[in-house]
Design a protein around this ligand. Structure first.
Ligand code: NAD
Length: 401
């Protein structure tokens, strides 16, 4: 979340701009009701937040998680506002969520729930006011169900490629994380990724492709986890085998290799590595463990993995944090290409998607790095200086401020 108090030390922010960027433009709580039999009704809570849409329609993933809240959805929508502004995309910040555990419902119930969600959002999906994509818990098949309800390919991104999706979209966030890790490694640690040790928390969509791309570049990934726990080997993990195992729908804790040590997620964060990549959930770096972090460079692949207190402590320890709005922007960059292709009828290859992500992420990284030096700001503040400047310029052009 933007800390305006800190940012105002670096730039002028008129009160009107701060007011508009401090609260969402629109929030809706849904009651998604499924009649599943005579006298039997299942009711799920859903949340939609449009944080700021000065740059374009609200763009942001749909999260499926049992304990998701309106507050969490709001924070994620705010991050999207700044991510899109930083990456120069014509989108505003949005997010939606449905409070259910995707692992505990039947396929039929899941499909019915998504259809009902799309039905309740039909006006905004039809006009393009909100464009969903996958986020934690949701998949390309879920996006295909939304597309099935709207019939407009540009109404949702992250679809499977044969249904108007983009080759390379599934890998996109991990691709961007690996690209930014490579650049940050050179600039901050003064070495190539192949000469570093890396721990990655989470191996869902983001964590697994991050691991795969970094492993391809020769990085030594010494630890990887999922919700069930993690694996650790100071010599480096057999990433290809582990990822193949996970792709069969298995948990990391079930992986058998006597040369690898089983560790808890909390322990993974504190390992003696040079680079730490939290790629699972928010708020994992806290005031309780910040002092125990050994990594010199943290790449925020997940949204909001660092609490403000931990951010403070890690900054004092001179740990460099590449913020989420830069580190995990590859997904929304690819979503932009998918949306643009849906409108124009263009088709692009996975390789073209990767190149587009790399060029966008690398140029944003360079701009942020330049500002860290010019303004003596850390990477998070520098990224927000850029996003807030872009948003303020757009708000002025639209006479909002
Ligand atoms: P996912 O559902 O595909 O994977 C989540 C991973 O986190 C899984 O490996 C899961 O086992 C693990 N996990 C869940 N709870 C955990 C816990 N308590 N401790 C440790 N691990 C846990 O989700 P994803 O799409 O990979 O998203 C991960 C993060 O990246 C989220 O913060 C999401 O908002 C962010 N993100 C995702 C995308 C995208 O394109 N999917 C884009 C930008 C940001």
């Amino acid at each position: 979340m933007v800390n305006f108090g800190k940012l105002k030390k670096f730039m002028e922010i008129p009160e009107t701009a701060e007011m508009l960027l401090s609260q969402p433009e629109k929030e809706t709580t849904l009651s998604i009701n499924l009649k599943v039999g005579p006298n039997k009704m299942l009711i799920y809570k859903g949340y939609i937040v449009y944080h700021n849409v000065v740059l374009g329609p609200a763009k942001g993933g749909v999260r499926f998680a049992a304990n998701v809240t309106l507050a969490e959805t709001r924070t994620l929508a705010e991050l999207m506002t700044h991510k899109c502004a930083l990456m120069g995309l014509p989108f505003g910040g949005g997010k939606s969520s449905i409070a259910f555990d995707p692992k505990s419902v039947s396929e039929f119930e899941r499909r019915s729930l998504i259809k009902e969600y799309a039905h309740m959002l039909r006006d905004d999906l039809a006009t393009g006011a909100y464009i969903p994509a996958p986020d934690m818990g949701s998949t390309p098949s879920d996006m295909a169900i939304i597309y099935g309800e709207t019939h407009h390919p540009e109404s949702v991104t992250g679809k499977p490629p044969r249904l108007g999706g983009l080759p390379g979209r599934r890998e996109a966030t991990g691709r961007g994380v690996s690209t930014v890790t490579t650049s940050a490694c050179r600039q901050v640690l003064g070495k190539e990724v192949k000469d570093t040790t890396i721990a990655i928390q989470g191996c869902g969509n983001v964590g697994s492709y991050t691991a795969s791309f970094l492993f391809e570049k020769g990085a030594k990934i010494v630890a990887l986890s999922d919700v069930s726990g993690g694996l650790y080997s100071p010599k480096g993990l057999p990433i290809t085998q582990i990822l193949d195992f996970i792709q069969q729908g298995k948990l990391i804790s079930e992986y058998q290799d006597e040369n690898l040590q089983k560790i808890k997620n909390e322990a993974l964060l504190e390992l003696p590595v040079e680079i730490l990549i939290p790629a699972a959930i928010e708020d994992v770096l806290t005031k309780n463990n910040a002092n125990k972090i050994s990594a010199k460079l943290i790449i925020e692949a997940a949204n909001g993995p660092t609490t403000p207190e931990a951010d403070e402590i890690l900054n004092q320890k001179e740990v460099v944090i590449i913020p989420d709005i830069l580190a995990n922007s590859g997904g929304v960059v690819a979503s932009y290409v998918e949306w643009r292709n849906a409108k124009s009828g263009n088709q692009t290859s996975a390789e073209e998607t990767y190149q587009f992500i790399d060029s966008k992420v690398e140029s944003a990284f360079k701009e942020v790095l330049r500002l860290t030096k010019e303004r003596k700001a850390n990477f998070r503040n520098a990224a927000y200086i850029l996003s807030v400047s872009e948003l303020m310029a757009a708000m002025r052009e639209r006479s909002w401020i």
